[in-house]
Write a protein that binds this ligand. Structure first.
Ligand code: GLU
Length: 512
């Protein structure tokens, strides 16, 4: 195993957005390609944003996508614990190190004092008050107070936060593997809180300490974290860990299907498309949504689709198995520009995967869907069914939605076409055809076809006069696979029953 170590570090604040799954995927691909280690670290230090069930959701989503974790809360590993709320003592100890080496300080300002200061600043026309190198000396902290005062405050157990002492005016540089050299002015940066009054670390402290202790070599994460990287670089420096600082790669935004603006979590509900891998059962209906899985996607299709949201192989190839992605992936080919979330493309991928799936695999997926409706069918029937349908479906649910008539009576006839095609004066002829078909003994597709064609010839009727009647009579619709094949699969008894009912219904439609 190489020393490459990457982590996916979600905060369990809700369902995992497609952007989060993509981050996990890219980390996974790099780890697998380089023979490294893929770590799942749960960043749950913000108790206010903690959402019960989110951690399980994240794990289930990764498992569904086939992204196996090497080290994590379930897998264990040499660098645990992997849940930040179980590492409180480590952060405390590290915050103390920064106090001791003078790169961080105690801040005693109460929330009321901070509010009051913000108000005064506002009145003076400064709407963006910041606790930073410029204001630090006028606040109550271990930089502005005497050491005696500080000692007294600490002895009296005065609540405090620990803040990072950001340099007054210098350029902080970071080389991002996607964006190249990025620079930040330290005078624009606030003195970030590292440890809160309750002794819990903020994201920044916990993230850097853990990346260091867990020997992370590459930080691959969403673009929204790029601004924080300035503070992260300063933290590595403060700890004296610059030499082992991981490489950073910030992934481009995922844009709305229109290409305008960031794809938001609410876009899914608004547009009726999934933007999460799995469904989420929220407290209210608005908080609930369905995912790619429930939409009827094959996880391989979703992974393939996601891989190309921000990365391109540099070739025309679009279909990639996970194994192929592992081989082809490279950070250099991650784009800077936002990637458009094109749901039609996602569906196209799914169609390709369904077409490529073996009959056995499709049957395994279809059986439980049928069982839920109380339907069981033998494998021979289901094999023919999937062979007839697999080129015609986009998502798994289409097997039922477009092919329910293989399993149950037709629920609605295409009335528009029936009005055009059904000639009551021909009913006697069609009754005759029904009898001829009934007389066939377990016919195959060819036998049905021969019978229908000779009936057409004998009566001087063309395809357009006969096939729509059979098609709509047996399946309700004009769309679908070869009607001869459908009839052969349904069997003579069933077809006979359906045609008898259909002719009656057709007359009613005509008269209605
Ligand atoms: N906990 C952060 C998140 O929720 C991790 C960001 C990072 O990868 O550093 O995305």
């Amino acid at each position: 195993m190489s020393n490459v170590r990457v982590r996916f570090a979600p905060s369990p604040t809700g369902a995992l957005h497609i952007g989060g799954v993509r981050t996990a995927l890219y980390n996974y691909l790099l780890a697998r390609q380089l023979g490294g280690t893929f770590i799942l670290r749960i960043e749950d230090t913000d108790q206010n944003r903690y959402v019960p069930g989110a951690e399980d959701y994240i794990k289930e989503a990764l498992a569904w996508c086939g992204l196996t974790i090497d080290e994590g809360t379930e897998q264990g590993g040499d660098y645990g614990p992997y849940r930040q709320s179980d590492r409180k003592a480590i952060y405390l100890e590290h915050a103390q190190k920064l106090i001791d080496n003078g790169t961080a300080y105690y801040a005693f300002d109460t929330p009321e004092e901070l509010d009051a200061r913000r108000e005064t600043e506002k009145e003076a026309g400064n709407h963006n008050f910041r606790y930073d190198a410029a204001s630090r000396s006028s606040m109550r902290n271990s930089e502005s107070l005497s050491s005696k005062e500080v000692a007294q405050l600490l002895a009296a157990n005065t609540p405090y936060t620990i803040r990072l002492k950001v340099p007054t005016d210098e350029i902080v540089k970071v080389t991002d593997l996607v964006r190249g050299d990025v620079q930040f002015q330290s005078k624009e940066l606030d003195d970030k809180i590292l440890l809160k009054t309750d002794g819990m670390p903020t994201y920044h402290l916990a993230n850097i300490v853990d990346d260091h202790l867990m020997k992370i070599t590459h930080v691959i994460r969403g673009e929204e974290w790029l601004p924080s990287t300035a503070h992260h670089v300063l933290l590595y420096r403060a700890f004296g860990w610059e030499d082992t600082m991981p490489a950073f790669a910030h992934l481009p935004l995922i844009l709305k299907p229109t290409g305008k603006g960031k794809l938001s979590k609410r876009d899914g509900v608004k547009l009726g498309i999934p933007v999460f891998p799995l469904a989420w059962k929220g407290a209210t209906e608005e908080e609930s949504f369905t995912g790619f899985r429930e939409f009827g996607f094959d996880p391989r299709a979703m992974v393939n689709f996601m891989a190309l949201l921000g990365w391109n192989p540099g070739t025309e190839q679009e279909l990639f198995s996970l194994e192929e992605l592992i081989k082809a992936f490279s950070i250099e080919k991650i784009g800077k520009a936002g990637a458009r979330f094109d749901f039609d493309k996602a569906k196209w991928f799914n169609q390709q995967y369904i077409m490529q799936s073996s009959d056995e695999d499709l049957i395994t997926i279809i059986k439980p869907m049928l069982a839920e409706k109380g339907i069981t069918k033998d494998d021979a029937f289901l094999t023919t069914f999937v062979q007839l349908m697999k080129e015609r479906v986009v998502v798994y649910g289409d097997f039922w939605d477009s092919g329910y008539y293989f399993f149950t009576d037709v629920t609605a006839y295409d009335e528009k076409n029936i009005r055009k095609k059904w000639k009551p004066e021909n009913q006697a002829l069609f009754e005759d055809l029904r009898q001829q078909l009934k007389a066939l003994n377990s016919p195959d597709e060819a036998a049905v076809e021969t019978t229908v064609k000779s009936f057409m010839e004998a009566n001087g009727l063309g395809f357009g006069a006969v096939l729509p009647i059979l098609r709509i009579g047996v399946t309700g619709t004009m769309k679908g696979p070869s009607i001869f094949a459908v009839m052969a699969l349904l069997g003579t008894e069933e077809v006979d029953r359906r045609l008898e009912a259909a002719y009656a219904a057709f007359n009613a439609i005509k008269n209605g």
